[in-house]
Design a binder for this molecule. Structure first.
Ligand code: SUG
Length: 417
């Protein structure tokens, strides 16, 4: 089978909760302390996958991580029974669901050795995400064990790396050599910068990219300060199309000129601030859409969160766009409200890998029948609701352990136990 885009969605874990852990992520801060609905959340995630399978797209999955993370607490000199309140939510976070932060990917056509390279993100800036990488590494080493891939451990934690959420690839087609764009931050107003330039440059070297075809672009301070804690909150790319907000990058004329020089067929669909403010873009997650190429020459489509349709300036702009003659032809809306309430839209939930699906461990690929089986596991084992104080309850810890065991069994992935 030829090289294709495969989206690996993170299954939303049974400990999904709203703890307000991410400074600079406005939804996370706003919804701190609300009651979450892990079962509904995970089912929303499955329905997004089903939606995309029905569009004819290849679909994979990544698993929720073991929560509470007792091994991490051991390293911090404590246990789940004695953990201080300041650390407890971080030990329970289901944040591995946002698979766009799992790793950075350079597909085979871009690399010196002709392999697809993956570097696991260290996610060092946020405590609750800094302990994702060991299990992400274990899963990726299993899923991408074939010779077609090289899976790298994270770059040293001195330099923050948040994976594919700060990386875009543009190419004439998925199988053609691409231009890889690494977006880092220098300043974020009062908010932290999560992607460090040195981490991005290290990933490009590790992947064996042609230095002439890798661009390093600074995210605008205004975007980070307005709540775009990752570049994928203000920009997304697919094949030859870059879809972005006017204020996404610090020096956009230089970036656009470099891109056009390296990929003359690049089309930049820029949304002006006069039509959609940064605030509306961030509130609606307009750019956290999945921009996909539809099979059978039907052009490109945006898979958007419902919040984009609910935001008048955004929906007006989108309807005008698809009525015109641009490369993005269709709009699809999905309900991922439980994830959105923590600042994770459709694109956050997926890690995009361009590869031959036949080279991936089939246990990490999904079809509708597998989604049906997963829905049964989720219905039976995921908590209906989690309120902040529930994290103190041993009955919840036991339910989380049971949910994980049932999922691993359903996916035949006992190696991860
Ligand atoms: O890292 N939210 C995640 C959202 C990640 C979105 N991913 C991309 N943009 N690709 C984050 O800020 C909130 C968890 C909490 O507050 O309980 C959280 O981690």
């Amino acid at each position: 089978m030829p090289i294709a885009e495969i989206n690996f969605d993170g299954i939303i874990g049974p400990s999904h909760n709203y703890s307000g852990l991410s400074l600079g992520n406005i939804a996370s801060a706003t919804n701190k302390g609300l009651v979450s609905h892990p079962r509904a959340a995970a089912l929303q995630g499955l329905e997004k996958m089903r939606h995309n399978i029905r569009l004819g797209l290849a679909q994979g999955l990544l698993l929720p991580h073991r929560r509470p993370d007792r091994a991490w607490l051991t390293k911090l000199g404590t246990t789940i029974e004695h953990v201080p309140a300041s650390l407890r939510p971080a030990a329970f976070s289901a944040s591995a669901m946002w698979a766009a932060n799992a790793a950075s990917i350079s597909p085979a056509p871009d690399t010196r050795d002709g392999r697809c390279h993956l570097t696991v993100a260290n996610l060092r800036t946020m405590a609750h995400r800094s302990h994702e990488w060991p299990e992400t590494l274990a899963q990726l080493r299993l899923a991408f064990a074939a010779d077609a891939f090289t899976v790298h451990p994270p770059v040293p934690a001195t330099f923050g790396d948040e994976g594919a959420a700060n990386h875009m690839r543009l190419s004439a087609s998925h199988g053609a050599p691409g231009v890889e764009v690494f977006v880092y931050g220098h300043r974020g107003g009062t908010y932290p910068v999560r992607q460090h330039e040195e981490a991005s440059r290290a990933v490009a070297r590790l992947h064996g990219l042609d230095p002439e075809r890798a661009l390093f672009v600074c995210q605008s301070e205004a975007a980070i300060a307005a709540g775009a804690f990752h570049n994928d909150v203000v920009a997304v790319a697919n094949e030859h199309v870059l879809f972005c907000h006017e204020q996404a990058f610090e020096d956009r004329p230089a970036f656009y000129a470099d891109l056009k020089r390296l990929l003359p067929e690049a089309e930049i669909v820029e949304v002006p601030a006069s039509a959609v403010t940064l605030e509306d873009a961030i509130r609606s997650y307009l750019f956290n859409a999945q921009l996909v190429t539809l099979p059978d020459g039907a052009g490109m489509a945006l898979i958007l969160p419902e919040e984009a349709r609910d935001t008048p300036s955004v929906w007006r702009w989108l309807e005008t766009m698809v009525a015109g003659n641009g490369p993005i032809r269709r709009l699809h809306v999905v309900d991922v409200r439980q994830s959105m309430a923590n600042g994770g839209g459709p694109a956050c939930l997926r890690l995009r890998i361009v590869a031959d699906p036949a080279t991936v461990d089939a246990r990490f690929l999904v079809d509708e029948a597998k989604l049906d089986r997963l829905a049964e596991v989720i219905e039976a084992h995921w908590p209906e609701a989690i309120a902040p104080n529930d994290l103190l309850e041993p009955a919840l810890w036991a339910q989380l352990d049971g949910a994980r065991a049932a999922l691993l069994q359903a996916l035949d992935l006992a190696e991860l136990a």
